[in-house]
Design a protein. Structure first.
Length: 206
């Protein structure tokens, strides 16, 4: 049986925060400290007005997706790693975006030669990971994501899944500790590919 690779997109396959920051500066005259861990607390208005509220921050993200997704660039070696891993595993991209962004995300990834199934999600990823496992027959599964909260969710709802914490943006990665509920922290796809391939080769759950 083939394995199953369930992979996040933003800051795992595609750079997002650096391009979101440029867009905020150009379009809304907002400075964005991408090394900050909290989006809402990382924004300052250049005219000295109060920073965006958390609600306004979500509104800005809704403007970025899907209209500015063309700004996003590919994470080094991500495309090649997924292509190699797809020979031994089914690949599903599980991305926390509104469902209306599913088709734009599919088109975006196809533009980077990544023709994989895409599932949109809101909230914790543990339940959808467990559902995908069941759908594919509970194969050896690896989950890759940049947010610790999703590793905690997967650890709770699908504990047999191998969990890789990856943050591809260097300015962000240096300020974010390894997720406690991940099995490993790897921020480089060449290294991650070998680790993930070894999990599939072992045939063993976490």
């Amino acid at each position: 049986m083939k394995g199953l690779l369930i992979c996040d997109c933003d800051e795992v396959l595609l750079h997002m925060v650096r391009h979101f920051g440029v867009w905020l500066h150009e379009t809304h005259d907002i400075d964005f400290a991408i090394e900050g861990g909290d989006f809402a607390n990382s924004m300052t208005r250049r005219d000295g007005a109060p920073p965006p509220t958390r609600e306004e921050m979500w509104g800005l993200l809704d403007q970025f997706f899907p209209h500015e997704m063309g700004r996003q660039t590919l994470v080094p070696h991500a495309r090649e790693a997924l292509a190699a891993l797809s020979t031994m595993a089914d690949v599903v991209i599980l991305t926390n975006l509104g469902d209306h962004n599913r088709e734009p995300r599919i088109a975006q990834l196809l533009g980077h030669d990544m023709p994989y199934r895409v599932e949109t999600n809101q909230g914790g990823k543990g339940d959808p990971v467990a559902r995908l496992q069941a759908e594919f027959g509970n194969p050896v599964t690896v989950f890759v994501d940049d947010l610790a909260v999703h590793h905690a969710s997967v650890a709770k709802h699908a504990p047999g899944v191998h969990r890789v914490h990856m943050i591809s943006e260097p300015k962000l990665a240096v300020n974010v500790p390894p997720a406690p509920d991940a099995h490993v922290r790897i921020d480089d796809w060449q290294v991650a590919e070998r680790w993930i391939a070894d999990r599939f080769a072992s045939g063993q759950p976490a």
